[in-house]
Design a protein around this ligand. Sequence first.
Ligand code: C2E
Ligand code: MG
Ligand code: MG
Ligand code: MG
Length: 285
Amino acid sequence: DVKLTGRNGYQFFNKTMQQNAERTAYLQMEMTKALNDQGFELYFQPIVSTQNTHIAKAEILLRWKLHGEFVSPEEFIPIAEHSGLIVPIGKWVREKAIKLINQFVEQNTPIALSVNVSTCEFLNDELQHQFIDSIKSCSEQSCKTAFPFELLTLEITESLMMDQHQNIENLLIRLREWGIKISVDDFGTGYSSLSYLANFPVDQIKIDKAFIQKIEQGARHKALVEAIASMSNALELTVTAEGVETQTQLDFVKTQKVDDIQGYFFYKPMPQQEFLALVEKQFCS
Ligand code: C2E
Ligand code: MG
Ligand code: MG
Ligand code: MG
């Protein structure tokens, strides 16, 4: 019989909490080491155009192997956010993206790359300045001519736009003036109101995979995808469908005003070498 109160119940609760705290502290410490020892790796998930299934873009996804096993970003990103480590990690990811975009342009295989940005990287004026400065200096260093900012997309979440801070809006305006694209990731899963879409400087919406993966479940779920796609169109935003895994999902998405498709049906996230080979194959054949 299960006792919810009493000595045993209390001890069990306490022990779980302690184990969680120990795991968090351990991962935080290991992440600090990984940052210094090149322990992080970037994976690339190709995004195809709905029209012709050519690879036009890719999303960069952070990977971290600890003692031979991958730790899920769903576990380590929140810890990086709470500890502030996400700031140097995010900077590292963006610098890699900028260098690679430059490499693509030089070898005449222009692929756009998107990177995820945490709300925590924008929290105050100082962080915002650092953010701007690091993109600016890295793009200047890695490119002899003008850096093609239009090939860089920053994926933000709805929570960022919920923050009523004027300064975040100004930051995004500035980045867009350079040509950087702003994308709203996991669209439809946040708690935000839709009103921000009318005012906020964004270019793109990524329909969260939760919506796509329910397409088979019936008309009401299809109607939601349809509504998000047509609203985005009316606002002149481009639309990516995330998490397309099956032929049925693909067939339905193709009937919608969706520009791009990201999902296991076409490609899973892959290591850099594999991605570079794929890009080369596409452009050279
Ligand atoms: P996200 O930005 O929404 O990235 C898409 C996630 O969906 C990735 O999970 C990708 O592997 C997964 N995915 C793509 N297609 C499919 C599909 O067809 N089916 C299924 N089941 N999943 C699919 P991943 O790589 O585990 O990343 C999880 C989250 O971690 C990301 O979600 C993003 O929020 C965060 N993340 C990853 N890298 C970074 C980073 O460099 N910085 C920050 N701040 N967050 C990151
Ligand atoms: Mg993303
Ligand atoms: Mg997403
Ligand atoms: Mg996400």
